[in-house]
Design a protein around this ligand. Structure first.
Ligand code: ZN
Length: 158
């Protein structure tokens, strides 16, 4: 399952990336009606864009705010916190690679390197992620929104 998220839904797009979904966010430079995106589910709040989408699946959201939009999206798609959580860069959508603590040492504050076990680096932009407090809070927030945590295989077929 891959997404193309319209430009007014940047935050939602970042959340989908956190959840591990391959998500392209429309920017002014994006040719959003390009056939390169034909296999993606188009998500928008624009009735006009919704009607203009030339390919298959599309979802028109009506909610304001990323939390409400996630809730609304869940009515169409069974989003969950699965094994692909934190597998993509929220900034550029590229896949994250695990990084050893030794390799990460020169690139993060010393306390972070000391206190955390698991580090990841974006294969494209180089941004470093670790499973610190912000990830925990993000997970809790998603759980409050009704997303279950589960680790079964096969929930993210694309
Ligand atoms: Zn990145």
């Amino acid at each position: 399952m891959k997404f193309l998220v319209d430009t007014m839904l940047i935050k939602l797009g970042r959340y989908l990336r956190f959840l591990g979904y391959d998500t392209v966010i429309v920017t002014p430079e994006t040719d959003w009606k390009s056939s390169a995106h034909a296999n993606r589910i188009f998500v928008t709040t624009s009735r006009k864009h919704f009607e203009q989408w030339p390919f298959g699946e599309k979802i028109l959201l009506h909610s304001q705010g990323v939390e409400n939009q996630l809730r609304e999206l869940r009515e169409f798609i069974p989003l969950s916190i699965g094994e692909n959580f934190l597998s993509r860069c929220s900034r550029c959508n590229a896949v994250l690679e695990p990084l050893s603590r030794e390799a990460v040492l020169p690139q993060v504050p010393p306390l972070v390197a000391k206190n955390f076990e698991h580090f990841y680096r974006c294969s494209q932009c180089g941004k470093i992620y670790w499973e610190g407090g912000h990830v925990k809070r993000l997970k809790q927030k998603l759980q409050r929104l009704g997303l279950d945590e589960q680790n079964r295989k096969g929930d993210y077929d694309d």
